[in-house]
Write a protein that binds this ligand. Structure first.
Ligand SMILES: [Mg+2]
Length: 171
């Protein structure tokens, strides 16, 4: 059970994920969370670094989609400005939006990478569909109210994993 929450990898920033390395591993699609993964939950626009990162993913032939539990208004605003497709109100960790993304991008779970800042939504959901999961350190140290509740459980799960020696990174 606890294994379902264990990410395959951890990075400080999404920009540390190198598109050519993914491609070499046979990755064909990347699904990413929005809030506190790409930008802080209380900010709106994209950054030149993110625009560059998205375009280098596409350049090596990796399809990209944003999967967010947030509202259409917020997700559309960011995704349109970044030029990336999206699914809003994705209800992660439920598998439906992940499966929809896989159908749209025509990939199987093991050809897909799922990136996000939360174990309870992004990592759990990605693991359930057989994707390679990458946990990022949240951009902002604050969270929206729904995320705050998840963080309590997340800290507990992380402490269990740390005790088992599963985590290879420092908090
Ligand atoms: Mg998030």
């Amino acid at each position: 059970m606890l294994r379902k929450f264990l990410p395959d990898e951890h990075v400080e920033s999404i920009l540390d994920i190198k598109p050519d390395k993914l491609r070499q591993r046979g990755v064909k699609a990347l699904v990413t969370d929005l809030d506190n993964t790409l930008i802080a939950w209380n900010e709106k626009g994209t950054t030149p670094q993110l625009v560059h990162w998205f375009s280098s993913l596409k350049k090596v032939g990796i399809s990209v989609m944003i999967l967010s539990n947030n509202s259409e208004k917020r997700v559309k605003l960011f995704s349109d400005s970044a030029g990336v497709s999206y699914i809003y109100r994705a209800r992660k960790p439920l598998p439906f939006a992940f499966r929809r993304a896989m159908r749209i991008m025509k990939v199987t779970g093991d050809e897909m990478v799922v990136v996000g800042d939360q174990l309870m939504t992004d990592v759990l959901g990605g693991n359930q569909v057989g994707a390679h999961t990458i946990l990022v350190t949240p951009i902002a140290s604050t969270d929206g109210w729904a995320t705050k509740m998840n963080r309590h459980l997340e800290r507990f799960i992380l402490s269990l994993m740390r005790r088992k020696g599963w985590l290879k990174w420092e908090e």
